[in-house]
Design a protein around this ligand. Structure first.
Ligand code: ATP
Ligand code: FE2
Length: 331
């Protein structure tokens, strides 16, 4: 089965073509364009305009790169949510148009679940992981339990990526700021005290963000502040992930989302996994960030398990929660 996936929850408009091979996912193409606001945070309408501008060309490019023809495509999959309304609508509209023109079925998928399934689909031995999903808007610890993907812990305010980007913008770094903060942190060595705020299994970042900005205004070394932000936030993420692993008795951990590119975060989670005798997995970077291939792959899993969607019911859901999905494709 050949499926084309359309991603457009936030900054990224991405199209991917995947094929199912012996139950695993083979990515034939995965192309994307990222909206980068000139100033400030993401403006939903402008991001959607950006996606509208590029989506048709990206669709053609993905089919061409996959070396297939439109007539060979069996299924159209799109990000149903969660995300920004105007962006999601752009993706869904393109998916409907494709479905109707090609006369092929359409399916709407949960973006967060797609981050987990692409790990299971592309990495051998990754079968039942706890996912630490860290992106701009999202920060969740997700695992499969009793027929659903459950959120064991999540951010109470902003996503870890947003926290890094907001701090970066305050101090004048280019967006996205995560990579620049990672670079600066390498030369930091003095730990500055920052709020470590875990409530139950959930994490809050805004207090830490305010404190870090205060250090900056007090002329503390930017390298030390970046180092301290990483140490504190990543330790909290690792702690919640470890507790979810202990609770669910799972011995695999998977990273996903743009922040998973960070070496320090990888190192901390990997060390935790090693100490527990667990396996550590991280997909290739193009499959960690928001992308169309993961949307296509989850579409395949859902369709093969018997799920069907009519074009007239193919609406989006900005608040589509991970645990709303009935996971029909797993035992
Ligand atoms: P979502 O809709 O899933 O929230 P998103 O639009 O935020 O997605 P992603 O591509 O998953 O997109 O993640 C982008 C985030 O990842 C940005 O906040 C960016 O600063 C962060 N990031 C990228 N590289 C690194 C890095 N090396 N270290 C830390 N953060 C990083
Ligand atoms: Fe994402």
């Amino acid at each position: 089965m050949l499926c084309i996936g359309i991603e457009g929850t936030a900054h990224t408009v991405g199209i991917g073509v995947v094929k199912q091979n012996n139950g695993k996912c083979s990515v034939l193409s995965n192309v994307l364009k990222i909206y980068r606001p000139e100033q400030g945070g993401i403006h939903p309408r402008e991001a959607a305009n950006h996606h509208t501008l590029y989506i048709a060309d990206l669709i053609s490019e993905s089919v061409k790169k996959a070396n297939v023809s439109f007539s060979e495509i069996d299924l159209i999959s799109f990000s149903k949510g969660p995300g920004l309304g105007p962006c999601l609508r752009t993706g869904a509209t393109a998916a409907r148009a494709l479905s109707l023109t090609l006369g092929k079925p359409i399916i709407g998928v949960n973006h967060c679940v797609a981050h987990l399934e692409i790990g299971r689909g592309t990495l051998s031995d990754c079968t039942d992981p706890v996912l630490l999903y860290t992106s701009g808007a999202n920060t969740q610890v997700i695992a499969f339990a009793e027929g659903r993907y459950r959120v064991f812990g999540e951010t109470l305010d902003i996503g870890i990526g947003n926290c890094l980007d907001k701090f970066g913008r305050t101090v004048g770094l280019d967006f996205p700021c995560g990579p620049a903060i990672e670079k600066l942190a390498i030369n930091g060595n003095k730990y500055l005290d920052l709020p470590y705020s875990i409530k139950g299994m959930d994490i809050a970042f805004s207090g830490l963000l305010t404190a870090a900005e205060q250090y900056y205004r007090a002329n503390k070394s930017l390298e030390d502040i970046c180092y301290s932000i990483q140490e504190t936030t990543f330790a909290a993420l690792t702690e919640v992930t470890e507790r979810a692993m202990a609770h669910t008795e799972k011995d695999e951990v998977l990273l996903g989302g743009g922040v998973a590119a960070n070496k320090k975060l990888r190192e901390m989670v990997q060390t935790m996994a090693k100490e527990r005798g667990a396996s550590f997995f991280v997909p290739t970077k193009d499959l960690c960030i928001d992308n169309g291939a993961m949307i296509a792959w989850l579409g395949v899993l859902m369709y093969k398990s018997g799920i069907r969607l009519k074009v007239e019911d193919s609406f989006i859901d900005q608040r589509f929660r991970t645990d709303m999905v009935d996971v029909t494709w797993r035992e």
